[in-house]
Design a protein around this ligand. Sequence first.
Ligand code: SF4
Length: 273
Amino acid sequence: MVRLGQEHIGEQNRRFVVILDDDSEVEAVLYRGDTLCISSQVGCAVGCPFCASGANGLARPLAFEELTGQVEAVRQAGHAVRRVTVSGVGEPLHNAAAVEEFLEWCRDGGIRRSLTTSGGPTERLVHFMVQAPHNGLTISVHAGTEETHRRLVPHGPTLDALFGAVGEAYPQLGTRRRKKTALAYLMIAGDNDTDAELDAFAARVAPFPLAVHLYAFNPVPTSTCRPVTRGRYEEAYERLTGHGLRVRMSSQARIEANGGCGTLVALGKRRPG
Ligand code: SF4
């Protein structure tokens, strides 16, 4: 049902083209030899302008067997897969039933599992935060104001709705679940990198002391978005920690050009000829 196509080997990551039965293609990345990032849809409807995965819109969701098939195909190619993250091509909450079944399959197989979501539909976000069997859930926020959020996550929920869902779920989370939940902020030069935007984000996060992942941006050919300088990235870290937030910066594997965040590509069904 799922087979691996071309493989790109980088310094830390191995990126695989995944070919599906209907000849659609998505990608999966093996980080540091044992953590597999898989795709949940062929394309994505959210349309974030910095991301290659949604550049061609959404073709279709992946079936449960196509989610497990990515893990099995990479194992059959001789790699250990001890952790899985549903953070590749697609919005997991737009394919929620199959993704939740996949998380259960990972749990039953002793695989640690996490996911990344832009947060909509928000009732599903509350469910996934409170009940889905994950070991880590990262909510992509990337903004402090509605205007910037609408630009960067065009077909996601509004920021008010997103933080409304976080506010609904947060009191229901035990200490361990709170530690497993994080908010992400991807820095883009000349866009969401102003002090005012960072301050507005910090103010929204303040009532929910969750960890913040501050990501450096990986340039992709389909986007005109640009990364901030290392200096500005470090200033943003200082600013957010100055507001009392717990902030983590990108690991080397996440910013490697070969398979870093937002760089995975989906191709819809190939047309004959
Ligand atoms: S960043 Fe995620 S939600 Fe946004 S377009 Fe890419 S895959 Fe979709």
